[in-house]
Ligand binder design. Structure first.
Ligand SMILES: C[S@@+](CC[C@H](N)C(=O)[O-])C[C@H]1O[C@@H](n2cnc3c(N)ncnc32)[C@H](O)[C@@H]1O
Length: 449
């Protein structure tokens, strides 16, 4: 069974690095508790330390290894260097089994085992360099050659983030150090839906300065439950959105219509409902129009709502959720107007490197290209959707990234579209991991106009 975990980890890395964007890397992987945890840790840990592992491995190779050899080498080197709980001989043996399953030749097998032995001989040195570098950077020490490898980012990505909102070299370095250390997925608990003890010992309540309902989950699987994984910052934005809705009803709005432009699986929708839940009886009629270009995502949203309704329908009896597949590169064929529009936009995701370290390696290798492409899409989505905002309506724009063009750049663009004079009406939040008020959060930007 254990060797299956290593082989699955190899396949996941192959899927991520060779065919990015093909889908979730753990899709179809059904493991139990500790195996699931080990699988996720090997994949994520290898990706988080990719550039460093590359350096360690290459120093023992006379020629660059083939890609699938690279993946076995890196996943194994990661375990050798960073795990205390797995003995080296077990890693060697498992690597050999994976090699045989892939079909490596006897020569390739010998090469693999020779390189891994050299890694093991140098293990304490590698680990020392890694830990000391992160500690020096965390304490604000001088930046040195090779630090980029430890931070696992390209020079271009570091420079791009530096120009982001409130960015500076120092902040960005702290942010990257932090993102290498954030340990777990952060999610929210939907108490009324999931029962008394939704995740029993896997859910740890955690204080958060920005997200009052935050709990942290360290379990291995959320399959089959209604647990919505949303980060601390997402929950912050859901809370804020819920407050705006409540306040609009208090001010006498009879019915509220919301356009959720990129609703996806409905993370923000369910997060907002969670924050509205306690006051649900005081709310008036609420219509939530969830659009997305992905039919698959909206299907997940609807099935989630079907589940949630079993317990929530009474509380939210005046809530109507509609889902509409729409590509916002095109005009929305409806003259409806909305009190609130939320564009939780597709973005480069550079604020989520803790959770998705592969972003640094793939999109992060040519970050300007990715930013340009996504910023254009965001502009289009803003332009098309803003047409449907009521005159007195409020527009929420959020992204989980920290590039200038996708954050403050889009705020300026939206202000122009709305022809609103900024500073009086604008609210804005930038969260950098490693800094107050939410040091363990993802990088996130939200503006409300
Ligand atoms: C950041 S995700 C949204 C997450 C969602 N709001 C949530 O909280 O679960 C961005 C979404 O934008 C959608 N998207 C990307 N391009 C789009 C387009 N041209 N038109 C409509 N939706 C698009 C993607 O399918 C994806 O679901």
């Amino acid at each position: 069974m254990v060797s299956a975990v290593r082989f699955l980890a190899f396949q996941a890395i192959e899927k991520i690095m060779d065919a990015p964007g093909v889908g979730d890397w753990d899709e179809g992987v059904h493991l139990e508790g500790p195996d699931q945890a080990l699988f996720h840790d090997i994949v994520q840990g290898t990706l988080r330390n990719w550039r460093f592992l590359e350096k360690c491995v290459k120093s023992h190779c006379t020629r660059p290894p083939k890609r699938n050899m690279t993946y076995v080498l890196y996943t194994s080197a990661y375990q050798i260097i960073f795990y205390d709980r797995v003995p080296e001989y077990a890693v060697f043996a498992e690597a050999k089994k994976v090699a045989q399953r892939i079909g490596f030749s006897p020569d390739e097998e010998r090469f693999l085992s020779a390189v891994l032995k050299r890694i093991a001989e140098n293990k304490s040195n590698y680990r020392d360099v890694h830990e000391k570098t992160l500690e020096r950077l965390r304490l604000g020490g001088e930046f040195q050659d090779g630090d980029l490898d430890i931070l696992n980012v390209s020079d271009d990505l570091l420079n791009l983030l530096k120009k982001g909102p409130k960015g500076s070299f120092k902040t960005v370095v702290q942010c990257l150090v932090q993102m290498k250390k954030i340990p777990a997925v952060v999610g929210i608990e939907l108490p009324s839906v999931t029962g008394d003890k939704p995740f029993e010992d896997t859910v740890l309540k955690k204080d958060s300065a920005i997200a009052p309902l935050l709990s942290e989950y360290r379990g291995s699987s959320v399959d089959g439950s209604i647990f919505r994984v949303q980060s601390e910052t997402s929950q912050f934005s859901c809370n804020l959105f819920a407050k705006e809705i409540k306040s609009a009803f208090q001010k006498g709005t009879k019915k509220i219509r919301i356009l959720d432009v990129a609703a996806g699986k409905g993370g923000k929708l369910f997060g907002t409902l969670l924050h509205l839940y306690g006051d649900a009886n005081n709310l008036g009629p609420l219509e939530w129009v969830a659009t997305d270009r992905s039919e698959r995502q909206l299907r997940m949203l609807r099935s989630e709502w079907e589940n949630a309704k079993k317990n929530w329908a009474v509380a939210f009896d005046k809530l109507e959720i509609k889902s509409v597949v729409h590509d916002w590169k095109q005009p929305f064929s409806s003259d409806e107007s909305f009190d609130f529009i939320w564009l939780d936009a597709p973005c480069t995701g550079f604020g989520t490197l803790a959770k998705h370290p592969e972003i640094a390696l793939l999109r992060g290798s040519q970050p300007q290209v990715a930013v340009k492409e996504l910023a254009e899409l965001q502009k289009e989505m803003l332009k098309q959707s803003v047409e449907h905002l009521k005159k007195s309506g409020r527009y929420f724009y959020s992204v989980c990234t920290l590039s200038e063009a996708e954050t403050v750049g889009q705020r300026d663009y939206l202000e122009k579209l709305l022809a609103r004079k900024s500073v009086e009406t604008r609210s804005e939040w930038v969260f950098w991991p490693g800094s107050e008020p939410a040091p363990l959060s993802e990088g996130f930007y939200l503006t409300v106009l």
